[in-house]
Design a protein. Structure first.
Lengths: 289, 417
């Protein structure tokens, strides 16, 4: 009998595979099974086939939640990357107090998003917040008077708070990417007569592609599964107007619809997977080029 | 010497293990933040007087949801304050109907409130009563010559007078960011109407069996549509706060105690917060029922069971759990509890000064003059009070008209089943 030799690498990867199987593969398979039942969280689970998935697409509230989640994710992913990159380009240049500035930009990222949301609510609360009163002193309250009564404004505020909190984290990854770009290449571009815009678009951006890739993917995943920022600022309201899919899943689960909420979690998994795969594909091509 | 030392260590470990095994642990699960410290004190006393039993209190902010996780994962506490009809139906609670030493001391109507409609048995016991209605500023009312309304027309008139004579005062403050508060308006006003017209038992049965012809939730002239129209009218006339959708409970308390709001709807649980924020409010606090808003209806006030305790059906520590509850229910402890909570005791032998005297008298008058209603425990499991509150948020945000609201409410109610 031939005994297959297990090499050292395979042996060392065993604990990781075991943990991955216990905490990811098993729950995933269990979740797929649960999504096909009418389990209420405690009683007997009856097999209901794909009816949970059918029900989801017939539920107007759920469709509204998809819209909110996608708008939030699109806004957050785009602005997080733009602002993060902008910060990184600024913070890369030497100036007095650069370290302090980097810390200040990064600081919000280490505070709990729930607490951050509540702080922002106290600042922005329509008619009562600090910023509302500050604006009032200037003679106009801008959008701060009734921002929760208007869907586009509410979404803008939610995206703004999310970007404000996590742009520092995006900046750190871009800074690391910028550090990896050899000054020789940039100097060669200068010798070749490239202007600053050309250097940025033709040299810096292509070489930043690995950092862009990480940021785009993590921001899409984070933004599509958003929960805490919305929960603390609007609680998904008024009504269900700004409810995200994650909040919907939580409410369905606690509303004794565990099987259904698991089905929605599966749908969210694919909603996240599709843009992530697309962005991986697009950025891979660029970084390979 | 080494051997002797080793022997001593082994003996000490063995003794620790034996005492650990001999100790009965009673897990007490609660969602009532306002009684944590008081109960910890009572628990410490009980533990000191009962060697061999250790009661541990676990507080969770989102207790009604966390308990579902505990049931699902078989980590069920021995004693809990959370109670839901679906858990009763699933046999999660122990039948405590035969613990006469508790029931004999309880006000009979409170025992009725604790009775499961389906089985006629008791799976929980409530130590207190709570009331909900309108808290109003007596000083403002006296200054403007107003008296608490008994009909909706009178109510609107009162609000209009306040708005006209005191433009800086919000006539009725609603803290609508908190969905439960709006859910309570549904619970006390339209559900209150159903309870008074169908009778307490009739309403419970109709809700439990979802008898839509009796509930009539979606009708254009039904209790939901009229309630919705009334709320929209108040909003249009500026008789409620402009920031109704974003105001919080803290904002409401602040506005009320500083005289910037004339009235608000809430339960007795708000009392301690008001008096803490401004002790001078003790003499200015008034209490009124929810006015009659449908033809042939009467004013209603919530008079419901509060601070309920259940024992798990699967606990192995039945005697220890009962011993703890018996200690907790002693007249001495209940007096402390009642005064700390600001809620009258449901035990006949407990006399507690639970509120400022004048206010307590006013509450008593309201209870005698208005129809007393209880909480709805028979709501569909998939349609919570918060869900109902979020629908009122939608109504006030302009998503529905009155008829559309009633139809949507009925649909959500039916789907919740």
């Amino acid at each position: 009998m031939k005994i297959r030799k297990v090499n050292w690498t395979q042996f060392m990867s065993f604990p990781a595979i075991l943990l991955y199987s216990i905490f990811f593969v098993y729950p995933l398979l269990k979740g797929i099974g649960m999504s096909l039942t009418d389990w209420d969280g405690m009683g007997t689970a009856n097999f209901v086939g794909l009816s949970n998935f059918e029900r989801f697409f017939q539920d107007k509230r759920a469709i509204g939640d998809i819209r909110t989640t996608l708008i939030f994710a699109a806004g957050s992913a785009v602005f997080l990357n733009l602002v993060g990159l902008g910060y990184a380009l600024l913070m890369e240049r030497p100036f007095h107090g650069r370290s302090a500035a980097r810390v200040i930009i990064y600081l919000p990222a280490i505070i709990s998003p729930l607490i951050m949301g509540y702080i922002w609510y106290f600042l922005l609360q329509p008619g009562r917040g600090f910023l509302y009163h500050a604006a009032e002193q200037l003679g106009t309250t801008f959008f701060l008077g009734k921002w929760m009564n208007d869907y586009p404004t509410t979404m803008t505020v939610l995206v703004f708070v999310n970007v404000w909190q996590y742009a520092g984290m995006t900046m750190i990854i871009y800074l690391a990417g910028l550090k990896n770009i050899s000054t020789d290449i940039l100097e060669a571009a200068i010798v070749d007569g490239a202007g600053s815009w050309q250097r940025f678009t033709r040299v810096t951006l292509p070489l930043l592609m690995p950092a862009i890739r990480i940021n785009v993917v993590t921001n899409i995943i984070g933004s599509l599964s958003v929960f805490d920022v919305i929960m603390s600022l609007t609680e998904g309201g008024p009504g269900y107007a700004t409810e995200s899919l994650s909040i919907y899943i939580m409410r369905m689960c606690y509303g004794s619809r565990t099987g259904y909420s698991t089905a929605v979690a599966m749908i969210l998994f694919f909603i996240i997977l599709i843009p992530v795969l697309i962005s991986l594909y697009l950025t891979k091509e660029k970084s390979d080029a | 010497m080494k051997r002797l030392f080793a022997l001593l260590v082994v003996m000490a470990l063995a003794l620790t293990a034996v005492s650990a095994f001999a100790e009965t642990k009673v897990n007490f699960f609660t969602g009532k933040i306002e009684t944590i410290d008081l109960l910890n004190g009572i628990i410490d006393e009980f533990n000191a007087q009962n060697p061999g039993i250790v009661v541990e209190q676990e507080y969770q902010n989102d207790a009604s949801n966390i308990i579902k996780v505990k049931f699902a994962s078989d980590e069920v506490p021995d004693v809990m304050t959370t109670y839901e009809q679906e858990f009763v139906d699933q046999g999660k609670y122990m039948d405590i109907s035969d613990v006469n030493e508790w029931w004999d001391r309880l006000i009979p109507s409170m025992r009725d409130s604790c009775t499961d409609l389906k089985t006629g048995k008791q799976y929980r016991i409530c130590t207190n009563m709570t009331m909900a209605g309108f808290f109003y500023n007596k000083e403002i009312f006296a200054e403007l010559g107003l008296t608490p309304a008994t009909t909706w027309d009178e109510f609107v008139k009162n609000l209009e007078v306040i708005k006209e004579k005191k433009p800086d005062v919000v006539p009725w403050f609603i803290f609508g960011k908190e969905a439960w508060h709006l859910g309570h308006l549904i619970e006390f006003i339209p559900h209150g109407y159903l309870k008074q017209t169908l009778g307490a038992l009739g309403c419970k049965t109709a809700m439990l069996n979802n008898e839509s012809d009796k509930l009539n939730l979606g009708a254009a002239d039904g209790c939901m549509a009229v309630f919705a129209q009334n709320m929209l009218d108040l909003q249009a006339k500026g008789l409620i706060n402009e920031d109704v959708l974003t105001a919080t409970g803290d904002n409401c308390t602040e506005a009320f105690v500083t005289g910037k709001a004339a009235m608000f709807s809430n339960g007795m649980w708000a009392l301690s917060g008001i008096l803490e924020a401004n002790p001078e409010m003790a003499d200015k606090l008034g209490f009124a029922p929810y006015p009659a808003y449908m033809p042939d209806s009467q004013p209603v006030v919530l008079c419901a069971e509060d601070s309920g305790y259940s024992i798990s059906a699967t606990t192995e520590n039945v005697d220890a759990a009962k011993a703890f509850l018996t200690f907790l229910f002693s007249a001495e402890n209940q007096k402390k509890y009642s005064e700390s909570l600001g809620s009258p005791s449901a035990f006949k032998d407990v006399e507690a000064a639970w509120a400022p005297e004048g206010f307590a008298k006013e509450v008593s008058n309201v209870l005698n003059s208005a129809v007393n209603i209880g909480f709805t425990n028979e709501k569909p499991a998939g349609f919570s009070g918060d869900d109902a509150g979020r629908m009122v948020q939608d109504l006030l945000a302009g998503t529905y008209d009155a008829k559309g609201f009633a139809e949507a409410y009925e649909k959500a109610w039916n789907e919740g089943f």
